[in-house]
Design a protein around this ligand. Sequence first.
Ligand SMILES: [Zn+2]
Length: 421
Amino acid sequence: MKGSLSDMEDLCRSDPLVRTFRELVRFPTQSDDNSKTIPSTDGQLRLGAHLVSLCSSLGFKAEQDDKGVVTVIVPPSAGCESADRLALIAHQDTAPDAPGDGVEPRLVKNYDGGAIELDSGLVTDAKICPNLPSHKGDDIVVTDGVTLLGADDKAGVAVILEILREIAEDPSFRHPEMRAVFSVDEEIGRSADYIDVQKLGCAFGVTVDGGEAGDLDTTTFSAEAATVTVKGRSVHTSSAYKTMVNACEIAARFMQLLPPDEKPENTQGKEGFFHVHNLEASVSQAKISMIIRDFDGEKLKDRVAQLDLIASLLNREIGYESVSVGHHHQYSNMGEVLVKHPEVLSRCRRAYEAAGIAVRECAVRGGTDGSNLSWRGLPCPNFFTGSLCMHGPYECLPVKSLHLCHDAVRALVEICADSRS
Ligand SMILES: [Zn+2]
């Protein structure tokens, strides 16, 4: 099957949520890890300004701060003044992994469950995107096969905007005081740092940034980044006997001493890992860059200790302090915070149920903004957006899933109108 631009056009005429989504993905907002600016790209500032003007035109106070984060203030509806304040969060940037300029979505109507041929000639099927066949019969938004779609996370942004529009237009929509937050640079791991949790003053929040319809992310990895530095002793090969210490060899030994079963390619489910993602080495020095992941904070500490142990073993062998390990904490498992806030998860579960969605609580083998925000005082599970195969040209979005995302977020808002913890 192939996607069609005119079918997409027709759908946008009748479906305001999809229309908003298309408008958002046309803004190029890829983040850039090599950029030193905040936000990392100007496109995010342009989209942010657009969001501010949209929300202001709906009658909300909206502002874009100096980092590009857009915050919208939503006063409570009458009678809901004492309900807990809720934050709805989505990110404006898209992944740097595939081009994000010139995104022009196509629609595959009534998907037959087989392969979808994208305009570039790329083919998406169950091999590339295992969940795709289960969306047989759905209308599916796809890319041209060159750009990414940007449903991660413009589907989340579109849903939150739609809820704001409904609140503005329907005085009978009961809701608590809320903050809508459109963050920046999530894909390069910086966004949570730029969100001022104190200023939001919310009891809890949700990020709308997940995948398959029904997923509710309640657990994430805890994460450390480590750098192993090796100092060699470089001498001419002619006089190397018993003198040269080759940092290349030592770096290789270090990596061999990492447990072979505890690498990303050999782990799944709730298993943690060590992952070497970069290696620079010469005779005189080497640098191993790695990330370490575990769902259990204590086990994560043990893993860091293992690196220290390998370093001291090698140093003893070499006879001087050749190998040193530096590490820093990246984020923590939100699940360890959420267990202390059972009312948050219970409201999320009830919201899915109210929207007619079977809840699938997920442990994410990665982090979400909620991983940091939860530990900084804003318990923050992650709702699905429905997008599939994110971060590349195969990214797609079943229209039904996008609407289910809207229904779940709307149900959460309504449930919170009457909730106080
Ligand atoms: Zn995302």
